[in-house]
Design a protein around this ligand. Sequence first.
Ligand SMILES: CC(C)(COP(=O)(O)OP(=O)(O)OC[C@H]1O[C@@H](n2cnc3c(N)ncnc32)[C@H](O)[C@@H]1OP(=O)(O)O)[C@@H](O)C(=O)NCCC(=O)NCCS
Length: 229
Amino acid sequence: MHLDNDEIHIWSMSLICTAEQAQAYAKLLSTDETARAERFRFPEHRRHFTIARSVLRQILSMYTEIAPEKINFSYGEHGKPALASLTKHLYFNLAHSDDLVVYAIAHQPIGIDIEKIKASYEQGLPERFFSPQECESLKCFTDTKRVSAFYRIWAKKEAIIKASGKGLATSLASFTVSPDNIEEKICFAQETWHLQPLSIDPAFAAALASQHPAKNLLYYNFKDYTIKL
Ligand SMILES: CC(C)(COP(=O)(O)OP(=O)(O)OC[C@H]1O[C@@H](n2cnc3c(N)ncnc32)[C@H](O)[C@@H]1OP(=O)(O)O)[C@@H](O)C(=O)NCCC(=O)NCCS
């Protein structure tokens, strides 16, 4: 799979599959990934992790030409996975919500997040995690529009912290994003990130943070590329 320096590829896939398919996906996992899958308390979480990791291996295999099961990962201080060998300067990040998994692949550091837009959100969540300006901006929306705006802010903030790899080590309230469907530049933990909303599925809010804006943002559905397991 060819990826230009100024391109970012966005992959998505439904996590719904049969038990037989889930077993086939599991065959690509490493011993430590299988052990991690077994530690999940709920079978659904175990299945989602297994499929998402197996598909990650298959997607990265298309870019690196390394067999999916031979790909090695390293982990940042706060758990961000990366390719152990960055010889091709290939960066990736992934997120799952409900039955959907999304991946971003680029030649630059990136973060992606996706959130299913539920009917409502828990009272007090914005005050707990958002900046005062973000809490204030939510008040400009009414009812269902406010709920969508809440999930847009959430996805954007998560994309930023995932791009930086710092996880929750830095306060989520320390930076402010727009509740609107617009591109913006965000300064977080002394780094500047290009933040953009993604159109993957109308039932989800999704966002991508990258060091530089992509000239080409290309969307792929993994089901069209499925490798026979
Ligand atoms: C781990 C975290 C990075 C994202 O967790 P999440 O929202 O539960 O999960 P997502 O689906 O978005 O992403 C999970 C993937 O991100 C990747 N990831 C893990 N740690 C990461 C890190 N420090 N930075 C970037 N990516 C990371 C992994 O690939 C992981 O998938 P895997 O477990 O299958 O390997 C972390 O930011 C977190 O716990 N966030 C929750 C914050 C919150 O409560 N926000 C409230 C509203 S703003």
